[in-house]
Design a protein around this ligand. Structure first.
Ligand code: ASP
Length: 414
């Protein structure tokens, strides 16, 4: 990347941060008067809603072509099947381990803050539901019709097909090389489209965060402050301990370098509450700011946005305990261990879209016999929790990506 574009990057970073802060201030300020003001409720808020939705839609527009083209080009550029397999195994292990640690942090905080104590909510014990057969989940990653997978934006199926396609480009010799080049060019163009869309980010970020801040205000937060505080604190602890540790240990870079590099993606994740929607920005940050190659980032990041959800796991740990405490159901150590296992699986199955983690929380609750009615307790504040967990979800993908690149001998930016 030229000096010019990095200069542009810095100013965009500032603009997005300013949009974020102004959006929060604006939302808190106008929030209480929205319902009483026809101008605010009839014009200003719908206009902000429109701007926010356009930004979200444009981000979504990038995902399928960007992921497919860059993954085909990436797989073809790695070429060596052994290397691809090695990267795959390392990635999966890191994803599993970091998610399990996040859930343990969540459970520890949940025990510590005891947020549900004294709520004494009566409820029926839910029957434990049988989990979806693992084989069926596995079978579903193979696309019977790749175009259908693209139309439906089924990320795992797109990843599987792109890997086949990219590897086959290498096996097909000279003609395959031309096809891989073609997709590499498409990927470059899609990165350029991403940069165009990101010019809108400061306004999109402002609009989205203003709407949320106006809707929730400060007063609603108070009764659930402990749960909100625990989820935010847990995310910060996990990022500071696990991601900073991994970056220092494997990449030999300062955590500050990493946090600054992923800042745009973190803000985008916070306001969009979607890992999948943030993916193009995460890819841009990791490539341009951290210096990870296309080969590694195009494989590790889309997979991470689909299956690696540290924030979601952490949140499920905290919420499981919160619900248990609120309903006066003791969660034994064995049950908490079972929460780690189920929440790890649940976070893998969680789609990278807003609110998906709340739906998967039902699976975690039922697996240890907690009442699903507990969902209602969390639902009111879920958007606030979702913002934090999505940031952790995507920053976790970026950290693993940088670690994989380092261990593959790539020289990261300094
Ligand atoms: N919104 C989260 C994400 O996109 C998923 C969740 O709801 O936990 O990463």
């Amino acid at each position: 990347m030229s000096e010019n574009s990095s200069k542009k990057g810095i100013s965009l970073l500032w603009k997005i941060s300013i949009g974020f802060v102004l959006g929060i201030l604006f939302g808190f300020l106008v929030g209480p008067s929205v319902s009483g003001s026809p101008v605010l409720s009839g014009y200003v808020m719908p206009f902000l809603d429109f701007i926010g939705k356009v930004f979200l839609t444009l981000l979504k527009m990038l995902i399928v072509p960007l992921v497919f083209a860059s993954l085909v080009a990436g797989a073809a550029s790695i070429g060596d099947l052994k290397k691809l397999g090695r990267i795959g195994v390392k990635t999966l292990i890191l994803y599993f381990v970091t998610t399990a640690i996040a859930i343990v942090i969540g459970l520890a905080l949940g025990n510590l803050i005891n947020a549900g104590a004294g709520m004494n909510i009566e409820g029926l014990k839910a029957e434990a539901k049988a989990a979806k057969p693992m084989l069926e989940v596995f079978l579903n990653i193979f696309p019977s019709n790749p175009l259908d997978s693209m139309v439906k934006a089924n990320m795992l199926q797109i990843i599987v097909f792109a890997l086949f396609f990219g590897v086959a480009c290498v096996l097909a010799g000279e003609r395959g090389r031309k096809v891989a080049d073609f997709f590499e060019n498409i990927a470059e163009v899609m990165y350029a489209v991403t940069r165009i869309v990101m010019q809108m980010a400061p306004y999109g970020v402002f609009a989205l965060i203003a709407i949320t801040a106006a809707k929730y205000g400060l007063s609603i937060l108070a009764p659930f402050a402990k749960v909100i505080g625990a989820v935010y604190l847990g995310c910060i602890i996990h990022a500071l301990l696990v991601y900073s540790g991994m970056i220092s240990l494997f990449c030999k870079r300062s955590p500050l370098w990493y946090f600054k590099g992923v800042q745009n993606a973190a803000i985008t994740a916070f306001v969009t509450r979607s890992s999948a929607g943030t993916l193009p920005v995460t890819m841009e940050c990791v490539r341009d700011n951290l210096g990870v190659s296309e080969g590694v980032s195009s494989f590790v990041l889309p997979l991470g946005a689909t299956i690696n959800m540290d924030g979601t796991g952490l949140y499920q740990g905290i919420c499981a305990l919160f619900v248990a405490q609120a309903f006066n159901i003791p969660l034994t150590l064995e049950m908490q261990i079972s929460v780690v296992a189920t929440a790890t699986l649940a976070s893998i199955g969680t789609a990278g879209v807003p609110g998906a983690g709340l739906i998967m929380l039902t699976m975690v609750l039922t697996s240890v016999g907690l009442p699903i009615e507990g969902i209602a307790l969390v639902a009111g504040i879920d958007a606030i929790l979702d913002a934090a967990r999505t940031v952790l979800n995507i920053t976790g993908d970026a950290a693993v990506c940088a670690v994989i690149a380092s261990t593959e001998g790539e020289t990261l930016k300094s």
